[in-house]
Design a protein around this ligand. Sequence first.
Ligand code: HPA
Ligand SMILES: [Zn+2]
Length: 331
Amino acid sequence: MTELPTVELHIHIEGTLEPELIFRLAERNGIELPYGDIEELRRHYEFIDLQSFLDLYYSNMAVLRTADDFADMTRAYLTRAAAAGVRHAEIMMDPQAHLSRGIPLATSVGAVAEVLAKSESEFGVSTELIAAFLRDRPAEEALAVLDELLEMEVPIIGIGLDSAERDNPPRNFVALYERARQAGLKCVAHAGEEGPPDYIREALDLLAVDRIDHGIRCMEDEELVERLVAEQVPLTVCPLSNVRLRAVDTLPEHPLPQMLQRGLNVSVNSDDPAYFGGYMDENFRQVRAAFGFSSAQLADLAANSVRSAFLTDTRRRELLAEVEQWRQQHQ
Ligand code: HPA
Ligand SMILES: [Zn+2]
């Protein structure tokens, strides 16, 4: 079977930093890691919740120092994504996670943006960049960083909201999203991963987001599901992530099939593939194995992503045609 052509809407570039690259960058930058070898590092990839993952995710970022480090990480992702069948990716990055370590935005965001500018010609993957803000840091800091990004005129298509969700509700970031929208940016936010269904409502009502990242906990709230179906709000679901962070117990218990059954606009994404056991191809493979999805259902999921992406009409038509061609070839 040829690889399903996909669009990836929920991916954190720092979550693509593989253990091998962590060791290579540590050596290049003269950084002493608290692990003797890759195997010892890998033994820490056992998570009990979102926070236990975030602790390792932020700690591993210490090896990202120079523009070359950010560029190498980005190129490694694009190489792997292209092999996975990804044709377009809207990539989040966490500028504050680097700024707070003394890495200027020009180095971190600048280097990622420079690689992404050539992603279509060099890797066959068109891309957009989304600046994600850390909800467990002060909202004033997020505003200041957004202002700096706007001043630098870095090519971002939108903003996101990530990091520790519990007790850090969307309502804390109303001013940030207003500023972003005024600047013509698209808006997405993580909600309903570990946080309650009400955080999804807040993200829609108070932040006016165009997409919800994760959103799986909507299934606990019938009224909210009805609204999400009626409005066809895109939910960027990350099945392997949800299992590894124990938002769900096992993949067979994941609500993805019920979400599709209800008519929600759901897509499949990899989130932090270096940490959660697989890129887009592996997410689709495991979802297919767990739920026995037909090729037509996989094509429906891929088409949902194309519909939910921030694309030009031309590129959207191009990608929908690729998905439909795959559907014809695999029926
Ligand atoms: O899955 C996630 N959830 C919240 N914040 C994140 N930052 C990187 N990955 C994640
Ligand atoms: Zn995420």
